[in-house]
Write a protein that binds this ligand. Structure first.
Ligand SMILES: [Ca+2]
Ligand SMILES: [Ca+2]
Length: 261
């Protein structure tokens, strides 16, 4: 009977014997080619998540399971799709049917921050330009309980779709603050970052578009409602919008420090 036996020779290693009756043949394994010395490549710096990041989702998990809540009013939809994306292959898609006074389709995440940066990439695929003056919807909002603290969105003003920012000072609504330096249009990704800082007299609300500070409100009383307890991304509080909106969001990040594009 032929048997392949591994012998426990101390040296040389990896010698196999092939036994057949009286003959024993030794096989040495084919020597592996000596690897030619190569320079160690300089490691490509990977984007290590900042310790200040509270939450991040690029929707590559193909679902909303990481989120605390999904809010979808009648006629609206929210889903993760592989059609349009900013990072990876998947993004979140939010649609409205233009059929009601106030329409919502968004995801929200519970947080607890006295200063927060909420950053995401957004792409409006359908619905712009808005039809009427003051037609509007929001893409990112921060809340304390049921109270809105600040939000950024798109609003039709003097015939043009503009980035718009609102905030609270005390219990009063302040805004809308329009961005005059950059317009908003269908068919492109925008990096949208909302900054909110809690303070009874030195409160701050800022908006960054594609890394540029485009709106800044300081000296606010943002202390009335306490910390920010949730962050909303998607299509929120569409008001007076008869157009069917189709919005994509990707690379949502909630952080205690500026995120940027
Ligand atoms: Ca993605
Ligand atoms: Ca309208």
């Amino acid at each position: 009977m032929k048997q392949l036996i591994r012998l426990h020779h101390p040296t040389p290693p990896n010698i196999y014997t092939y036994s057949n009756a009286n003959t024993t043949t030794y096989f040495a394994p084919t020597p592996s080619p000596t690897p030619s010395p190569t320079l160690s490549p300089t490691p490509t710096p990977t984007s290590t998540p900042s310790p200040n990041v509270v939450f991040a989702d690029d929707f590559e998990s193909r679902n909303f399971n990481q989120w605390t809540n999904t809010e979808i009013s009648s006629g609206e939809t929210a889903s993760v799709v592989r059609w349009n994306f900013n990072s990876g292959l998947y993004s979140a898609k939010f649609t409205s049917n233009g059929g009601a006074n106030t329409e919502d389709s968004y995801v929200s995440k519970t947080i607890g921050e006295s200063e927060v940066y909420a950053r995401a990439y957004f792409y409006v695929a359908n619905g712009l330009p808005l039809a009427d003056n003051s037609d509007r919807f929001y893409l990112t909002e921060l809340m304390a309980g049921t109270q809105y603290l600040a939000g950024v969105g798109i609003r039709h003003n003097n015939g043009v779709d503009k980035w718009v920012l609102y905030a609270r000072s005390g219990s009063s609504w302040i805004g809308p603050y329009y961005v005059s330096t950059s317009t908003v249009a269908e068919g492109q990704w925008y990096c949208v970052e909302l900054h909110w800082k809690q303070s009874s007299s030195g409160g701050v609300v800022e908006l960054f578009i594609n890394g540029a500070l485009v709106q800044q409100i300081t000296g606010l009383n943002t202390g009335t409602y306490g910390k920010a307890t949730s962050a909303i991304f998607g299509l929120s509080s569409a008001s007076g919008v008869q157009n069917e909106l189709e919005i994509y969001a990707d690379s949502c990040t909630i952080s205690r420090s500026y995120v940027g594009p």
